[in-house]
Design a binder for this molecule. Structure first.
Ligand SMILES: *[C@@H]1O[C@H](CO)[C@@H](O)[C@H](O)[C@H]1NC(C)=O
Ligand SMILES: *[C@@H]1O[C@H](CO)[C@@H](O)[C@H](O)[C@H]1NC(C)=O
Ligand SMILES: *[C@@H]1O[C@H](CO)[C@@H](O)[C@H](O)[C@H]1NC(C)=O
Ligand SMILES: *[C@@H]1O[C@H](CO)[C@@H](O)[C@H](O)[C@H]1NC(C)=O
Ligand SMILES: *[C@@H]1O[C@H](CO)[C@@H](O)[C@H](O)[C@H]1NC(C)=O
Ligand SMILES: *[C@@H]1O[C@H](CO)[C@@H](O)[C@H](O)[C@H]1NC(C)=O
Ligand SMILES: *[C@@H]1O[C@H](CO)[C@@H](O)[C@H](O)[C@H]1NC(C)=O
Ligand SMILES: *[C@@H]1O[C@H](CO)[C@@H](O)[C@H](O)[C@H]1NC(C)=O
Ligand SMILES: *[C@@H]1O[C@H](CO)[C@@H](O)[C@H](O)[C@H]1NC(C)=O
Ligand SMILES: *[C@@H]1O[C@H](CO)[C@@H](O)[C@H](O)[C@H]1NC(C)=O
Ligand SMILES: *[C@@H]1O[C@H](CO)[C@@H](O)[C@H](O)[C@H]1NC(C)=O
Ligand SMILES: *[C@@H]1O[C@H](CO)[C@@H](O)[C@H](O)[C@H]1NC(C)=O
Length: 426
């Protein structure tokens, strides 16, 4: 892709420039002392064209941080370990207007590189949040680990996010960002969960109001969306990603705000494996994340505004178009490819079925393979108010439970002008 080349060029220039750069090194104070003030001071000193280096293994972060860089780099060799003080973070996290969510750390600026060197990133202390939320979704104040915010031309690489508090990462109002070589793992170790998904909302990454974003070489294990595209995500590339999760590639949720026109456009995804948790049978007590629902999941809200976000809403307009998904392998999903246009997240009032006006158009699959653990491999529930159109399917091989393809394993409602899906039943 054109923009990826630009980012790599910039990466090389960045390395050349680093020779003369001013360097600020911060060692961890240890003993649970908050390292955020020293880190913020280093960014104030070296954030413009210099280099901030964190050589220690573990830094305590006891307050929200915005680290700003213009040129230069951030070398992180250990974890930013966020304190487990739930009341503090609920009161003091940064707010994110979409779905009234919160953020712990903003990375802002332009022309910078963040390098976790394969040993650094965020330790979110998420277990306290998982045991506190007990599976309840979108609780107020529970912060995302990190957001790339208001950023242009940046690379974040060799980065780990372990036990994220909420969404592991977000890209918000940013352009030309490469996130490469990431490892994210949210695993519940509290046996009280008893098989219920307590790592809900631990998405690997979400994009919002951002364009020309590339995700490359990711490994994600967690209890929600592997990578999700929220309103106004355009020119997104996802390549070589492995997900063990509730959902794989997620489009939405979208259309939640009645006064909003939401766009998802020019999204290219290739070489992705999405698998059900191999220890699903250990859900009684062992380390557990979630059972896999959909490998690719398109989700829009009803066309009527009912309740308030984060868990209510609807009535938003908009479209998703020009999506290509190739070489997607889905292992043991409930329904490998899934579209719902009837989201409420609270109880669905049948009165509102088929009202969604959000349009899913011009979506193409090549070489999508895998298995389902139910009788269904595809369930596209488009609404009568906005039928799906212009989808194509080439080299598909999805097998339902039991092995034999049956009429009925592929359900497509209000699905028109498509090619390559002869078994589709309305
Ligand atoms: C570590 O911190 C505690 C309380 O914050 C303090 O009582 C103790 O003396 C500190 N230990 C060291 C080695 O600094
Ligand atoms: C870092 O230190 C904190 C405070 O001592 C501790 O709670 C946390 O588990 C440590 N994190 C890692 C990743 O070692
Ligand atoms: C966000 O949630 C908090 C806590 O429930 C509430 O006080 C606040 O009014 C909400 N804000 C918006 C914009 O909905
Ligand atoms: C992003 O930019 C907006 C508009 O200038 C500003 O209000 C906001 O504080 C910025 N966010 C961060 C995290 O700096
Ligand atoms: C988005 O980020 C840019 C900086 O890249 C800033 O100038 C702009 O104000 C931000 N917009 C919003 C809506 O925050
Ligand atoms: C995630 O962490 C859990 C608990 O440490 C571990 O069992 C699992 O193998 C890890 N997943 C991946 C993909 O590394
Ligand atoms: C998305 O983009 C459209 C078109 O530019 C704009 O009207 C809408 O307000 C944007 N929505 C959000 C949530 O940014
Ligand atoms: C559709 O998206 C692809 C990226 O997948 C992009 O290369 C292409 O230019 C887009 N097509 C149009 C007509 O914009
Ligand atoms: C189809 O995708 C699989 C991975 O899921 C890959 O190994 C294979 O090479 C792809 N086939 C083609 C023809 O690209
Ligand atoms: C497939 O998924 C089901 C439901 O999560 C689980 O019970 C079963 O053990 C899984 N099969 C394999 C081979 O992982
Ligand atoms: C469903 O919505 C209709 C129309 O607003 C309303 O009359 C009815 O009470 C609602 N039913 C439930 C179960 O909420
Ligand atoms: C079918 O979908 C394609 C791709 O979106 C579009 O170009 C074409 O106009 C559609 N045809 C009809 C009859 O809707």
């Amino acid at each position: 892709m054109h923009h990826t080349h630009l980012i790599f060029l910039f990466l090389q220039l960045g390395c050349l420039g680093a020779a003369q750069a001013r360097i600020c090194t911060v060692h961890a104070a240890g003993n649970g002392t908050d390292d955020a003030p020293a880190i913020l001071a280093a960014f104030a000193d070296c954030g413009k064209g210099g280099k901030v280096v964190l050589p220690s293994a573990n830094y305590t972060i006891a307050q929200p941080m915005t680290t700003h860089m213009e040129g230069g780099s951030f070398d992180l060799h250990g974890y930013l370990s966020f304190t487990p003080d739930i009341d503090y973070w609920i009161a003091n996290s940064y707010r994110f207007p979409f779905q009234n969510l919160s953020i712990g750390w903003h990375i802002t600026g332009s022309d910078f590189v963040v390098d976790g060197h394969g040993t650094g990133g965020v330790f979110g202390n998420g277990q306290v949040w998982y045991s506190w939320a007990r599976g309840a979704g979108n609780l107020f104040g529970r912060p995302m680990s990190v957001s790339i915010t208001n950023a242009t031309r940046a690379v974040v690489k060799n980065f780990k996010i372990i036990q994220p508090q909420f969404w592991a990462s977000l890209v918000w109002n940013s352009t030309d960002i490469l996130l490469t070589d990431f490892y994210v793992n949210a695993t519940n170790m509290d046996p009280a969960a008893g098989g219920v998904n307590w790592v809900q909302n631990t998405d690997g990454s979400d994009t919002y109001q951002s364009k020309r974003i590339t995700y490359q070489n990711w490994v994600y294990q967690g209890g929600d969306d592997c990578i999700a595209f929220k309103p106004n995500s355009t020119q997104i590339t996802v390549r070589n990603v492995s997900c063990t999760s509730l959902n794989g590639m997620t489009f939405g949720s979208i259309g939640q705000y009645p006064d909003s026109f939401d766009i998802l456009q020019d999204i290219f995804i290739e070489d992705v494996v999405v698998q059900n948790h191999p220890d699903a049978e250990l859900e009684g007590g062992g380390p557990y994340s979630a059972q896999l629902d959909g490998g690719a999941y398109f989700k829009s809200w009803i066309g009527v505004d009912v309740g308030t976000p984060p868990n209510g809403g609807g009535g938003g307009r908009g479209y998703c178009k020009n999506v290509t998904i190739r070489n997607l392998h889905i292992i043991n999903a409930t329904v490998p490819l899934l579209l719902t246009s009837e989201l409420t997240y609270s109880q669905l009032n049948a009165t509102y079925a088929n009202t969604s006006t959000f349009v899913w158009d011009d979506i193409h699959f090549y070489n999508v393979t895998g298995t389902s653990n139910t009788g269904q491999v595809i369930d596209f529930e488009c609404s009568t108010a906005a039928p799906c159109s212009g989808w194509s399917f080439t080299d598909m091989n999805l097998t339902p439970a039991g092995g034999a393809a049956t009429r009925g394993d592929t359900v497509c409602h209000n699905f028109f002008n498509y090619t390559g899906l002869p078994q589709c039943t309305a």
